[in-house]
Design a protein around this ligand. Structure first.
Ligand code: ATP
Length: 205
């Protein structure tokens, strides 16, 4: 089963979907996911690493999906309210959120879906594929991000909520660059993720 539904509890009525590249997952993602869980009274959060992200990095190399998934699984290990899906990774072609939400809805028709996005993505949301379909399918939770202004309207008619959480100036880009130059990434990512990065020399040049 591509969605790995066994990681979604049978009691789950409200599911947050947190998409991204997660190259690597960092404590910003995890702290904000936890705040979204609480603020939106979600039962679980499903991290959805993108296979071929449609709007990322203009062609620069992205770590293999297997590594990005392995790091996410380590990061959420032991937390039954957080799960990782390989659905977008196993699909061929570009991953569009609208298609992913359709699939989730078809598999979990009674579950209320909530899409979690950072302020940078909230600003671009209207240019995503089928934003009206996304807005019909899911509530949208927006995370503030340092240096990014929140759009006044994410999309007309969308059910949007801004998550009350600390501003965290952490990015995967900074972590990759620190790792590549041999600087410390300790406390920016969970310890077992830092170990994985070191053991696999993920961002070494
Ligand atoms: P990169 O630096 O490679 O672009 P990233 O740190 O932005 O990566 P992504 O995997 O692209 O991480 O992020 C997934 C989602 O999490 C996106 O919606 C992004 O806006 C959001 N996000 C990531 N880091 C933060 C942060 N520190 N504060 C708020 N939102 C964040």
């Amino acid at each position: 089963m591509m969605l790995q539904l066994e990681t979604i509890s049978a009691e789950c009525r409200s599911l947050g979907i947190f998409g991204g590249t997660f190259d690597p997952v960092h404590h910003g993602h995890l702290i904000l996911a936890e705040r979204a869980l609480e603020a939106l009274a979600l039962d679980q959060i499903l991290f959805m690493p993108a296979g071929i992200p449609p709007h990322k990095r203009g062609g620069a190399a992205i770590s293999p999906a297997a590594d990005r998934v392995a790091m996410l699984k380590r990061a959420v290990y032991g937390n039954s309210r957080m799960a990782v899906s390989e659905y977008e990774i196993m699909r061929s072609g570009i991953s569009y959120t609208a298609d992913t939400l359709d699939y989730l809805h078809s598999q979990l028709p009674t579950v209320d879906l909530c899409l979690i996005i950072g302020a940078d993505n909230a600003r671009d949301f209207r240019h995503w594929r089928k934003p009206d379909d996304i807005a019909r399918r899911a509530r949208i939770a927006v995370l503030r991000r340092p240096g990014e202004t929140l759009p006044t309207i994410v999309f007309p008619g969308a059910d949007v909520m801004v998550v009350d959480a600390p501003l965290l100036d952490i990015s995967s880009t900074e972590i990759r660059s620190r790792a590549a130059s041999g600087r410390s990434i300790r406390y920016l990512v969970p310890e077992n993720v830092a170990e994985y990065i070191a053991a696999n020399a993920l961002y070494s040049v």
